[in-house]
Ligand binder design. Structure first.
Ligand code: AKG
Length: 356
């Protein structure tokens, strides 16, 4: 492992990787990343993903698809505004606020109402085009060559990342977590069999430009080669501030109260790779600044985190995972097949289903 860690930190010294971009929210127009490839350059993005464990592919989602997903998010915020008005938590629905700030503006006086993510709510027609985008599914298909059928894993999320502690996401591997966000104790062989490279592809895509300043993703190239790392419980996503004793858990994962494993709601806990491990791994990290329409693809073992949003606006994004449908979700929920027999057939079909 020591040798491997030394190798990983060398990534930070490569041209185009060191420092990446200035720590700013300026557009990255004109800068060329060595980890970003146009959709047409399939051989290049396949090779980068295979070697580095992640890749950015540009030009995957059309403006219309992104716009529809934004409309879906805007509708979720409008529904929340109406609920808060009805119960007297707010006096102003902030209808005049732009997409980039409305949810923040709405919850300014009632931070305990700020949802940390939307999940069950994504079964609306507006999200179908993006979550089941045929071009995206073709790209994912190339990275899951053994899959006869592909499912969307039952943890798709739209994240309205703000500077609030409720939106903090620390260093982790997805395969290191349980469904409630606590550290997974499932046998390593079982996790690699179901979530390993070639089994799951993680997708992350922004609805507004994602930059260091508003909390773009960070990944550690090649960190999947370290295998499953030790994770530890750090905190609990509680109202307004993260703290293990922190009181009620936000109800944003709406309607889904208990996970069978732990009786805690999905996503309740904040779990991180142990700090002594991250101290060695983190120097190899890169910030993934990208624009709507581009997708970050990474394997389920790759070390990653969401950056901190220190801006004045919301970093809206969607993250979701595709799994070889022949493999187990290791959960009581099975997600939905998006490619293959019984696949989601239309926006209406998607909206008629639920998170399960
Ligand atoms: O969007 C973020 O800040 C974190 C997302 C994440 O951890 C994931 O997509 O697995």
């Amino acid at each position: 492992m020591a040798e491997m860690l030394k190798e990983l930190t060398k990534v930070a010294e490569r041209p185009n990787m060191k420092g990446h971009y200035a720590k700013t929210v300026q557009p990255n127009v004109g800068l060329r990343r060595s980890d970003t490839f146009p959709l047409e350059n399939r051989a290049a993005w396949e090779a980068h993903y295979a070697e580095q464990g992640y890749v950015i592919v540009s030009g995957v989602l059309s403006d219309a698809v992104v716009a529809e997903a934004k409309q879906g998010c805007a509708a979720l915020v409008e529904a929340l505004a109406q609920r808060l008005l009805a119960k007297g938590a707010v006096a102003d629905a902030c209808e005049g606020s732009p997409f980039e700030t409305r949810l923040m503006d709405l919850c300014r006086g009632c931070p305990e109402e700020l949802p940390n993510l939307f999940r069950a709510e994504l079964h609306r027609e507006e999200f179908h085009a993006l979550l089941c985008d045929p071009t995206l599914l073709d790209v994912v298909g190339a990275l899951l060559p053994e899959a006869q059928a592909t499912r969307i894993y039952p943890n798709y999320s739209a994240r309205p990342k703000t500077p609030s502690a409720v939106h903090a996401v620390v260093w982790h591997q997805d395969a290191g977590l349980r469904s409630d966000g606590g550290p997974s104790t499932a046998p390593e062989a079982e996790r690699l069999e179901n979530f390993g490279v070639g089994r799951v592809v993680n997708v992350w895509t922004p609805l507004v430009p994602a930059r260091v300043g508003n909390g773009c993703m960070k990944v550690v190239p090649r960190s999947h080669e370290l295998g499953l790392l030790e994770h530890a419980l750090v905190s609990c996503y509680s109202m307004g501030a993260a703290g293990l004793e922190g009181g009620a858990i936000p109800d944003s994962i709406d309607g889904f109260k208990a996970d069978e494993e732990t009786a805690a709601p999905v996503g309740s806990y904040m779990t991180a790779i142990k700090p002594e491990i991250m101290a060695q791994v983190e120097p190899g990290a890169v910030s993934v600044e990208l624009d709507p329409g581009s997708v970050l693809l990474f394997n389920n073992i790759l070390v990653h985190r969401g950056g901190e949003n220190v801006s004045d606006h919301i970093r809206w994004s969607l993250d979701f995972r595709f799994q070889d449908a022949a493999k187990s979700t290791c959960r009581s929920w099975h997600g939905h097949v998006v490619k293959g027999p019984g696949a989601v057939a239309s926006a209406a079909d998607w909206a008629s289903r639920k998170l399960e």
